[in-house]
Design a protein around this ligand. Sequence first.
Ligand SMILES: [Zn+2]
Length: 302
Amino acid sequence: MNKEVVFAVDIGGSKLMCGLVDRDGNVLKTEKCALLKDITIQKLEELIVGMFESLTSDGNYSVVSVGVNIPGLADPQNGVWVYACFSGISNYKISESLGAKLHLPIYIENDVNACALAEKVWGSCQDCNHYLWVTVSNGVGGGLVLNGEVYSGAFQGAGEFGHVVVEENGPQCPCGHFGCMEAVAAGPAISKRYFALTRVELPAVEIAKLARDGDEIALEVLKKTGEYIGKGLGKVASILNLEKYVLGGGVMQSFDLMQESIVNAFKREAFSSPNQCAKICQTSLKYEAALLGAAAISFRHK
Ligand SMILES: [Zn+2]
């Protein structure tokens, strides 16, 4: 009998990655390609269908459903990609449209919420029902899980950790406000802070390497980033009193270098006594988190 798998689709801001994932969270096969900013719905569907055909062409797998990460606002109940700021795509009935082409049920979720779900299904939150997943990469996103389910809020906007203001009169965020988490802690913000101190322009990943090699300025820049993150998590804790805060995304590969500053800032900010036992940890899903997220959305419906 063929192995039962789901087809996981991660639509990112600049790349598309698809894969076959089994029930135990093993990513069996993947394919990826770059996505242009002006991608159309038609072209995107062609790419997804092409990868589906290529990944399943050997006939060894039986695909039971499809999970799709939406890089923006999603309406999972109705299968609608509502809006994404990086492309012109909006109000796209992706479940219906892609379902007609792949002849499979299509389940969707916002990409960060999907990562939060993967942490519950295969990661470090299997026994945890109240937590926040945070992605820190080129932007900052949050996925909130309450009572074991993604909580999306009254207007689908819950968990927007990237837009918690942590620096009065700080730099402007893409959302228009000033001093948001995203404007001070995402990769581009790390690069800017390093540049301000050294006049050297480097991507965040290179700054992290320097910090690991003992460069004091690079380490200072990362610690400041950790302070912002801890401060933001502390604000969340005072309202929601969560059990865990799970940090993922490229910037968080330097979690060990930032951990102390994150925890100290958290302790300064959070209402202390009820939040003493809260855990702040790095994701256990590594760089496959997003694809596992797409798979988790799909398995949630099985
Ligand atoms: Zn913002």
